[in-house]
Design a protein around this ligand. Structure first.
Ligand SMILES: [Zn+2]
Length: 323
């Protein structure tokens, strides 16, 4: 099935408020203490993220930092629109971005394994050549009932540069440069790591909308993730329908996550946060939080984006299926 033609769909662009990185670090240092016992945040030179434990395809997160939101839950719910396939390498080309480094969370390309999947997107295009580090996670065995299923994480084939339906990505040049480093240990509040960052920034910056993209590793403890099973043949019409459809698992650290968060909507119907994780031991999926607050240990690196590109926005608004 052909992927969407970027010349025939809507792409909207808006600017974020981009605060100074040192100020963001100060704001987060204070705010994250509402949810974590030990907090350390600073503006640092990005470490080489190609190294363990991150294993990403570019060394840094910097260079023309842009968030991309593709499609939306409206293309998944109540029933799937299978033609919503987005070739990310072609998108970079369409945007005239090379080098282009794209990381984040989205629906994986269902044709890759002929089943719906979580996409953990991590690919670099340099001089027209794709370095593919993306992975997909599927419910295993396909068709297993909830409570009787496992999951399978595997690399996406090198040529498979598509995502499907919906996605939240950071697009940059993948260069070294200044980023926000966040270390948080021992969770004492109810908000997960990303929600805590997002709410802290939202409380401080108010109507000035800030967007972050990047990566975080959970070094210790266990995590709550979901993995989407294959597309539902019956319509999913509410949050409860979606909850009952998704398969939830407890994942084992270390897990490396990629994705984005925003503190406001900008009238673009933006998803507030979305991170997917993968690991070398096979665990991975859509991040909901940790299940072991006393041993929680997070280390993240985030770029502050200048703009957001809203690609192929659905016409109708949805309020469910976005957790
Ligand atoms: Zn997801």
């Amino acid at each position: 099935m052909a992927s969407v033609d970027y010349n025939k769909i809507v792409i909207k662009e808006k600017s974020f408020y981009k605060p100074d990185l040192n100020e963001v670090a100060e704001v987060l240092s204070r705010g994250l203490k509402n949810n974590f016992e030990t907090v350390s945040v600073s503006a640092v030179d990005c470490p080489d993220l190609r190294q363990e434990p991150f294993n990403l395809t570019s060394p840094g997160l910097c260079g023309d930092e842009t968030l991309i939101e593709l499609g939306g839950t409206q293309y998944l719910l109540p029933l799937v629109q299978r033609d919503k396939l987005y070739d990310l390498a072609l998108l970079a080309k369409h945007l005239r971005r090379d080098p282009a480094y794209i990381i984040g969370a989205g629906a994986g390309p269902w044709p890759a394994f002929n089943v719906n999947c979580e996409g953990v997107i991590n690919l670099t295009v340099r001089n027209g050549t794709v370095e593919q580090g993306s992975r997909a996670v599927t419910v295993q065995p396909v068709g297993a009932a909830k409570g009787h299923s496992g999951y399978l994480q595997r690399p996406l084939p090198a040529h498979e540069t598509r995502a499907a339906l919906l996605g939240n990505f950071l697009l940059s040049q993948g260069k070294p440069g200044k980023v926000i480093k966040v270390v948080a240990k021992t969770r004492t509040g109810d908000s997960n790591f990303i929600t805590s960052i997002r709410e802290t920034l939202q409380n401080h910056y108010g109507d000035k909308v800030v967007g972050l993209g990047g990566t975080f590793v959970v070094h210790e403890g266990r995590l709550k993730h979901h993995v989407m099973p294959d597309f539902s043949s019956t319509p999913l019409c509410s949050e409860l329908d979606v909850e009952n459809w998704l398969h939830f698992f407890e994942m084992r650290a270390p897990v490396v996550h990629v994705g984005t968060l925003v503190t406001g909507d900008l009238d673009l119907d933006l998803r507030v946060q979305h991170f997917h994780g993968s690991s070398t031991h096979g665990d991975g999926g859509h991040y909901h939080g940790d299940t072991t607050p006393s041993t929680a240990h997070y280390e993240g690196y985030f770029a502050v984006a200048s703009t957001v590109l809203r690609v192929d926005p659905p016409l109708e608004k949805h309020t469910f299926g976005r957790d």
